[in-house]
Design a protein around this ligand. Structure first.
Ligand code: GLP
Length: 241
């Protein structure tokens, strides 16, 4: 596990550099995209490089980590729409090249299995961007999640629903109760994991991720078993290392 401690803008540049290197070497790269505030500066940097340096995503594919269950197709907080606004619509992905778990499917169990097949069909994810929750969750794999889990339906914890209420008029009752999320084993199948964390609120989770024992109580600790992980943190998030 490589840990880089640097100011926020530098972290975003480093993550964008890793993605750019892949895209230039192999235009049909498969990216893993994350929602949340942590990767936003990376998406800004990629959009800038697309516009100014001609960085192309035209032959790339991308898979999202997770999705709420049941949010209407046009809801702005549906992760599919969030990713569209934050990155997909700002670069030149081909139609249908960005996929997420289908939180509106009639058969959610089959939707999860279909998502796993879709990732496998393109040969897996080359580089997966990740954030981390204050409780050590990655994607929506909350504490207690099986370290061997694949894409599945999960119940959101009260804590995560309260954390995310800020996107739903500060009204926790509007936050969905369920989600579809890639499992920890799905995430571990990606060839390179790039996790970003900033701010003191993430310090304990980053401490556990890097120095804690591997445990489902801190789901991100499973990354210690991955052969190629880059952890990009600012001073505040690194303050307990
Ligand atoms: C949500 C997302 C995670 C994200 C986490 C942290 O729960 N499902 O993928 O890592 O929030 O978000 P932020 O980056 O905004 O702190």
């Amino acid at each position: 596990m490589e840990v880089v401690i640097a100011p926020g803008p530098e972290l975003a540049r480093l993550a964008a550099d890793a993605i750019e290197r892949l895209l230039r070497a192999r235009p049909q790269t498969v990216l893993g995209l994350a929602t949340g505030s942590s990767p936003l500066a990376v998406y800004d940097e990629l959009a800038r490089r697309h516009t100014q340096d001609g960085l192309s995503f035209a032959r790339a594919r991308a898979f999202m980590l997770d999705e709420y269950v049941g949010l209407p197709a046009d809801h702005p907080e549906r992760y599919r729409n969030v990713i569209e606004a934050e990155i997909a619509s700002r670069v030149d992905f081909a139609e249908g090249a960005v996929q997420g778990p289908d939180g509106l499917a009639d058969d959610l169990v089959e939707a999860c299995a279909a998502y796993e097949r879709a990732i496998a069909d393109v040969g897996g994810v080359d580089l997966q961007l990740l954030g981390i929750g204050t409780d050590g969750h990655v994607a929506f794999n909350e504490p207690g999640s099986s370290l061997a889990s694949r894409t599945r339906i999960k119940t959101l914890t009260r804590q995560t629903r309260e954390d995310n209420a800020r996107f739903f008029d500060d009204d926790v009752s509007q936050v969905p109760t369920h989600c579809l999320t890639q499992g920890l084993a799905t995430i571990m199948s990606a060839r390179h994991l790039v996790l970003l964390a900033q701010g003191r609120g993430k310090a304990e989770a980053v401490h556990q991720l890097v120095e804690g024992p591997v445990s489902a109580l801190w789901p991100a600790t499973v990354l210690q078993h991955h052969p190629h992980v880059t952890v990009l943190v600012d001073d505040a998030a690194a303050s307990r290392l």
